[in-house]
Design a protein around this ligand. Structure first.
Ligand SMILES: NC(=O)c1ccc[n+]([C@@H]2O[C@H](COP(=O)([O-])OP(=O)(O)OC[C@H]3O[C@@H](n4cnc5c(N)ncnc54)[C@H](OP(=O)(O)O)[C@@H]3O)[C@@H](O)[C@H]2O)c1
Length: 351
């Protein structure tokens, strides 16, 4: 009996749309956790993978090692597609239960992920995504579409990579009133500020160092202008307050004007400077702030951290790696497992 026959006919079939760092990270995690998942009685099969130019299908479950190898060798995961729309082809031609959306973020239009997610929900698929883009202007529409179709849309990986915050707010802190959320939500900015303070570097030198280490992009504006932090803050606020704030509601100041002198003065008084995102029900701000060096928000390096102030649980602080393909895939896997379990319970309940 081969491995696929050994698994019951009740497998949970997923597609992966976008096979870059995160999509491939998920494939690696599914491979490395195969035995753990089997022990948990969880049978997840990837039945389709799409990148921007190609598509790989396998109704019995794709060999993920081969898929990773093909992508590495040829830059394509499967057969070239003429339509340029692998997600649509997957939805129209591959039976599955859940789509993982991991295409690049476009914070203005949310596309192509917005269309992918809405189409997946309209055709009966649960969705897990790491893509912030669709949520920045369309949070309420997405949540409502999932609810209307009686499907789950999980997005833990959109904020803070592996740092568990979305599901913490929605599940562990359910029933609490969230009074305020504040956090360091961008690892690149935090690295630059840490290095400026430690080595008395000016902003340009610290940025250059971050770029050389691959921590900052060649065009760093998305991070250093506070745009990335603001996008994440919008997602956190909409999750906590169930409203429909958009990117335009955030007052944003980046870190480009911070001088070594300002950091030195702060240090002398027991403070440092961090780019803090702060959300209350009616106010969203991203700006550099003085933080006591003993405060948890004075976190160092590329880590992310968030503190949630609530009425019942009081103050809860979480931190973790804000990015990284495996760390982000970990958040995606946990969302998939959550949906899988709910899906199994529903089937068991004769739904
Ligand atoms: N990397 C991280 O640490 C991290 C952390 C948290 C969240 N995220 C978010 O997760 C998402 C994926 O990030 P990433 O780092 O994996 O990006 P990436 O390395 O640039 O990969 C993006 C993938 O999407 C594919 N793609 C682009 N347009 C497509 C389309 N229309 N249909 C199907 N596939 C398409 C690309 O195809 P090609 O391979 O053909 O170019 C590529 O495989 C982004 O939204 C990002 O913001 C990333």
């Amino acid at each position: 009996m081969n491995e696929i026959e050994e698994l019951s006919g009740l497998s949970f079939r997923i597609s992966i749309i976008g096979f870059g760092a995160v999509g491939q990270g998920l494939a690696k995690v599914l491979l490395s956790k195969r035995e753990t998942l089997q022990r948990m009685g969880i049978d997840i099969r990837v039945v389709a993978i799409a990148d921007s130019v190609s598509l790989l299908k396998g109704s019995e479950g794709i060999d993920l090692e081969k898929a990773l190898q093909a992508k590495e060798v040829s830059g394509r995961v499967g057969e070239e597609i003429d339509t340029g729309d692998g997600a649509r082809e997957v939805l129209e031609s591959v039976e599955h239960d859940l789509m993982v959306e991991a295409t690049p973020t476009d914070i203005r239009s949310g596309e192509p992920a917005l269309t992918h997610i809405l189409r997946a929900l309209a055709s009966g698929k649960h969705v897990v995504t790491s893509n912030k883009g669709p949520f920045i202007h369309n949070h309420a529409t997405l949540i409502e579409t999932a609810r209307k179709n009686d499907l789950m849309l999980r997005y833990e990986a959109t904020v803070g990579g592996a740092m568990p915050i979305i599901n913490l707010i929605q599940e562990n802190l359910a029933g609490n009133t969230i009074e305020r959320i504040e956090g360091v939500l961008n690892g690149t900015c935090n690295y630059i500020l840490t290095r400026m303070a430690d080595e008395r570097l000016d902003y340009q030198h610290a940025l250059l160092e971050a770029q050389e280490l691959g921590i900052a992009e060649a065009d760093p504006s998305y991070d250093v202008m506070g745009i990335d932090s603001a996008s994440k803050l919008v997602i956190l606020a909409n999750t906590a307050y169930e409203n429909d704030a958009t990117f335009d509601d955030v007052k944003i100041t980046g870190i480009t004007e911070i001088t070594p002198e300002a950091l030195e003065l702060a240090e002398k008084n027991g403070y440092t400077i961090r780019l803090i995102g702060e959300a209350t029900r009616d106010r969203l701000v991203v700006a550099p702030k003085l933080v006591s060096k003993r405060h948890p928000l004075a976190i160092r390096g590329t880590l992310n951290i968030a503190t949630i102030h609530t009425d019942l649980s009081k103050t809860i602080t979480v931190s973790g790696a804000g990015a990284g393909s495996i760390e982000t895939a970990s958040a995606i896997l946990s969302d998939i497992i959550h949906i899988y379990k709910r899906h199994e319970i529903k089937k068991g309940g004769g739904d």
